[in-house]
Design a protein around this ligand. Structure first.
Ligand code: HEM
Length: 124
């Protein structure tokens, strides 16, 4: 039986599983691996705080993560694929209200990130 996401421990598990898949993914893996070589631990710690804030409403993450993505040369295809892996990871491990929120927030944030990236690049 799958349980809902209810604690920081669950968030850490979800983030670890997600980036395990991302790192191995032929399309997205290289983007992350090049940029985060030797810095994955720091990235994981930030993402624990980010999702803890978003999903369990603990104010743990501050700042705007979007500008970091401006120079990554990523577009709709990357965000669509990011979302597929995110949803698969959640569905494989969790179910419940917060798990649904995690999928919904992944979807809305991927859309918002892409819109800001395109705007910054003068594409819209
Ligand atoms: C295909 C899409 C994406 C790619 C390739 C990507 C890649 C990356 C990389 C390489 C970093 C590390 C930057 C650095 O430390 O130098 C990063 C940071 C981050 N990303 Fe993404 N990302 C993507 C989508 C998303 C989405 C949709 C979200 C939110 C739902 C997100 C949230 C974050 C956050 C919170 C950070 C940490 C920012 C900070 O340092 O405070 N990313 N991303």
């Amino acid at each position: 039986m799958r349980n809902d996401i209810t604690s920081l421990k669950d968030i850490q598990f979800l983030v670890d599983k997600f980036y395990e898949l991302v790192q191995k993914d032929p399309f997205l893996g290289p983007i992350f691996n090049v940029r985060l070589a030797g810095r994955w631990d720091m990235h994981h710690r930030k993402l624990y705080r980010f999702w803890h804030t978003v999903l369990l409403r603990r104010p743990d993450y501050f700042g705007d993560p979007v500008p970091m993505h401006f120079d990554m040369n990523i577009d709709q295809r990357h965000f669509d694929h990011w979302l597929v892996i995110w949803i698969e990871t959640i569905d494989a491990n969790f179910e419940g209200v917060i798990a649904e929120r995690a999928k919904f927030r992944g979807k809305t944030m991927a859309k918002a990130f892409l819109a800001k990236i395109n705007k910054a690049a003068g594409k819209v």
